[in-house]
Design a protein around this ligand. Structure first.
Ligand code: EPZ
Length: 418
């Protein structure tokens, strides 16, 4: 196990290069299984989730190898339709592979991807959508087994704009016979990026980014080289770090448009923010004022993946805030850890009631999930004194070179094996 040791109160200055988006690379890797031609995904982040997806592709018989930070995939020799259970549990988003594997093999088997640290994470919308395309689904002994003679296009209405369900159905529909229309589709930028990648392979997808995505089935797909978008959640995490610690930080390769809901809140907190093309500069030089409320919503609303980071910021603002988590059932597991650092937060159901305090005090705390763990790092960087963050493997799932990037900005943070 590894931990971070952090000595707080350093202001942050300088610039940071934002990584390629984890939540774009993962469905794009799954999409690479659809074609027999070679695919190259450029500049991928060195994070656990991506490494695990590469392992799963390899288990399916694909050739998937790293060339520096690029990943080369050749799925022409894929010969297995069963997604290995130990990896499926490790990586929930392996469920995206159902659509691709069914499209290639007309059958698929995956261990039921159970809940995780942020909630139940059901897949009913994925399965309902696949059934509408002609897939027969049985669930037995903890496995989901899918079979279909032929995938046929259809109209699908999602009960809620699920990112994963939208992506899974897109992947299954790309080579189906006829046209598929997904209504109430998720609108995240990563969905638009997946559409761009699929069309780069020769697919006919349009409407991603809106609530209606239309996929016209094609017979064959080619290969391509593709650079996915930058990671809006990593970008938001660094902006909140700068806001909490004070100083002036510039993000390079960041999209202000993709995190406009966060920028709006940070300006309300009193941060000075300038944006120019793919650069965002945040300046914070005094105690911040709290925002009355933050409610997580599907895109373009406030992102649930930045909820923990913003709650940590609200804890040291002047005033009170209410943070409401509308997407996941248990995404406040980091709150007891913040309380060990002196935060005044009470969680009742999906609401966190925050009373701002002067500042955090260093403490030893435990990361329970990816974004909650990142929030604890930000709190420790802003805290008075020394902190230890245990079980940083959660953070390694989604942030590449996290401590290196923060050190480069002036943060006093080191990783130690225990
Ligand atoms: C994606 O997860 C992201 N993961 C999550 O990021 C992100 O928090 C989430 O979208 C919401 O933006 C990846 O893209 C790999 P959903 P996903 O399906 O697809 C309910 C991170 O930290 N739902 O949009 O699993 C579900 O319970 C991760 O990077 C159903 O009810 O999210 C939740 O309440 C965490 N039935 C809501 O929809 C279903 O079949 C949103 O889930 C599917 C989802």
């Amino acid at each position: 196990m590894e931990k971070y040791i952090i000595n707080g109160r350093n202001k942050l200055f300088g610039s940071v290069e934002i990584q390629t988006a984890k939540n774009s690379v993962l469905p794009i890797l799954a999409a690479a299984v659809l074609t027999d031609e070679k695919v190259k995904i450029l500049n991928t982040p060195r994070i656990t989730d991506v490494r695990n997806m590469v392992k799963i592709l390899t288990k399916l018989g694909c050739k998937a190898i790293y060339d520096g930070d690029d990943i080369l995939i050749d799925s022409s020799c894929a010969d297995c339709y069963e997604i290995p259970s130990e990896l499926a549990h490790e990586l929930r988003s392996s469920v995206f592979l159902l659509g691709s594997v069914i499209s290639r093999f007309h059958t698929a088997k995956i261990a039921y991807p159970g809940g995780c640290d942020i909630g139940l994470r059901p897949v009913d919308l994925h399965l309902t959508g696949l059934k509408r395309l002609g897939v027969e689904i049985t669930e037995a002994n903890g496995y989901i087994i899918c079979k279909c003679e032929k995938l046929r296009g259809n109209e699908i209405m999602l009960d809620c704009p699920s990112v994963g369900a939208t992506e899974n159905i897109m992947l299954a529909a790309v080579k189906a016979e006829g046209t598929t229309v997904i209504k109430n589709a998720a609108r995240e930028p990563e969905i638009e990026d997946l559409q761009k990648f699929l069309n780069c392979l020769g697919a006919k997808v349009k409407g991603a980014g809106s609530s209606t995505v239309v996929i016209e089935g094609v017979k064959n797909l080619g290969g391509c080289e593709f650079l996915p978008i930058s990671d809006r959640i990593e970008a938001g995490t660094f902006l909140v770090a700068a806001a909490m610690c004070g100083g002036e930080v510039q993000l390079n390769r960041a999209s202000a448009e993709n995190i406009s809901s966060l920028l709006h809140k940070l300006r309300e907190n009193g941060c000075k923010i300038h944006t120019n093309n793919d650069k965002i500069v945040l300046e914070s030089n005094r105690r911040l004022t709290s925002v009355k409320s933050i409610e997580t919503q599907p895109y373009p609303g406030f992102p649930t993946d930045l909820q923990a980071q913003m709650t940590a910021l609200c804890c040291i603002c002047h005033g009170q805030s209410i943070i409401t988590e509308n997407l996941f059932e248990t995404r406040f597991k980091y709150v007891p850890e913040l309380r060990k650092m002196g935060a005044d937060v009470t969680v009742i159901n999906r609401n966190a009631f925050v009373r701002g305090v002067e500042g955090f005090k260093g403490a030893t705390v435990v990361a329970h999930d990816l974004r909650g763990g990142a929030a604890l790092v930000l709190a420790a960087l802003a805290a008075e004194g020394k902190s230890q963050i245990l079980d940083v493997s959660h953070i390694d799932r989604g942030y590449a070179s996290f401590e290196y990037k923060l050190r480069k900005l002036g943060g006093d943070i080191f990783r130690v094996s225990i």
